[in-house]
Design a protein around this ligand. Sequence first.
Ligand code: ADP
Ligand code: MG
Length: 697
Amino acid sequence: MTDAAPADEQLPLTLLKGVGPQLAAKLAQLGISTILDLLFHLPLRYQDRTRLTPIAALRQGDDVVIEGMVAGCAVVQGRRRSLMVKVQDGSGVTTLRFFHFSAAQERALAVGARIRAYGEVRWGKAGVELYHPEYQLLQGSAPIALEDHLTPVYPATEGLQQTRLRKLLDQVFVYLDTQHALPELLPEELRQKMHFMPLMDALRVIHYPPPDLTPARLQSGEHPAQRRLVFEELLANYLSLRRLRDQARSQAAAPLQGDGSLRQALLRALPFPLTKAQRRVSEEISRDLSAAQPMLRLVQGDVGSGKTLVAVLAALQAVEAGYQAVLMAPTEILAEQHFLTLDAWLSPLGVELAFLSGRIKGKKRDAALEALRSGQARLIVGTHALFQNEVQFARLGLVIVDEQHRFGVHQRLSLREKGHSAGAWPHQLIMTATPIPRTLTMSAYADLDCSVIDELPPGRTPVNTVLLPAERRAAVVARIAAACALGRQAYWVCTLIEESEVLECQAAEATFADLCAALPALKLGLIHGRMKPREKAQVMSQFKNGELQLLVATTVIEVGVDVPNASLMIIENPERLGLAQLHQLRGRVGRGASESHCVLLYQNPLSGAGKERLSIMRESNDGFYIAQKDLEIRGPGEILGARQSGLAQLRIADLGRDSALQPAVRQWGEWIRAEHPALAAPLIRRWLAQTERYGNV
Ligand code: ADP
Ligand code: MG
């Protein structure tokens, strides 16, 4: 069965009263250019104006309604001229602060006036304040009713008021109710089986929250209106990624058959056999590479599961078939390290390697570029620098991206574009550093096939993790001395709250100085993000070959670094990091045969939730379990890495909270692709902003 594609609803904003060029321009800044864009401009959050908060109970960050008597009003000349209005209720006093105000306002806010104010609580010089609250002066002493429902707060822009958006939405609903009914895009069968309410009803609930939509209910995401819209949004995103994949798969790629000679030679030379999981995943990849459509595969595996070897086997298959392969890493350190590993494995086999990163300059760079262009280099390792314009490949067959969670969908696409030449597209293999919960893979990576290396090489002893308060630092330092006396090596990882590389590096330098003084008998090294790439590489190689015993580092060592003799890691202030990131860091130890330890040296006081989070680290070494917990506690941003995870900006869905819907989204998504393919494009257009649609929709 097929549907005719529903007509596009290009209802212009000019159908609404009062939308002139100026307002239209403001709305355009929010990506709103049609009536339906407005309808799907969903509230960012809600304010609770249904109850009053006593002033004594104000907490920073809360959105509140307060009511009280003006106890003082003065214009203050600080850095900015501001009007400060003191308000007191029975419980306490707070200040309302206005930066823009009129003389009339100042007069009206006279001592003794009764006022109700709505706003966000902030910390000011004189304790908690409300900055620029909306307010209302109350006449007489009779109580005035509060709202009986939550107040939506929309994404807005400078000069576009919430009230303006609300009024426009009123018009949108009237227009759609009377002039132009909005068609459902979800087929009847789906809506019935999922018990979904009609789309317009759901939208009405979200824009005009009824009294039963309480903050608690909202948070749970279980209101039928939310579920309906969340599902449809996730479905649209799923369909968009699947479409992207269909487009990619319809392109031609060179089948990379290979005769297995190089792969067998490598496996014979290795001191260990592949794990069962490595073998299985390698076979999956090998099959994809032999096909005439580009492979799009994601390899997931816990830290230390041996993804590098799997990647190298894939690369060798390309080389056997007469093609080049590139392996791209997100950092210099990691790229450098991959190069050393590959060099050791592959030079004996006569495979020509090349290395390219930002720090390769001058003659060396020219030589590397020439080796890539001429085809002399068969396997190329590097960083983003591999995809600059002047880099040309002779016959690129396979692109491997390591630790992909730092790149979004857009970057994935541009990599493919760059590798594309003369009608053939490279195969693409993506490896994640951090395991990703299955439900999240279904949404964030729906454009890829997925293989999981669900087994660690034998002989690993799980890392023993302990939590200690910072007061025990001296004991921890003694422990490092003892471990190093036994020939072991250790990491000391410094973290910082602020996302400031400068401060983080300063902290690492200070810690380095302290530890040098405390451990005079040891050789210490320091590595952080602001050092020159060459310096970093040097420190890393000194640590790797045992010249350094203790490496003080920032989180730059997070991914991929492999020094099997390092068996002790101290992480300072672990409470500042996400669990997935901690797990990734901890994965730097436990790589050799000796028992490894990780000390989480936390700062007191630790909140209850903070303690619980760190306990998960102590209890589990399973990256998938930890990632699932992280998803529940901190949301998907942490796991997917980048702020812009590559997923479209979601309007209502929350990948963490709504993950349970994901299997149904996938199942119905495939059903729509099979039974109602014409619905995919309009669904994508309805939910994804122009700039977020991949491929041509
Ligand atoms: P990750 O999956 O975290 O990228 P790596 O590829 O860095 O892991 O591998 C971690 C370590 O395990 C490396 O020292 C690697 O040589 C080793 N290794 C890989 N495969 C096996 C195996 N099948 N048996 C034993 N050791 C292995
Ligand atoms: Mg790795």
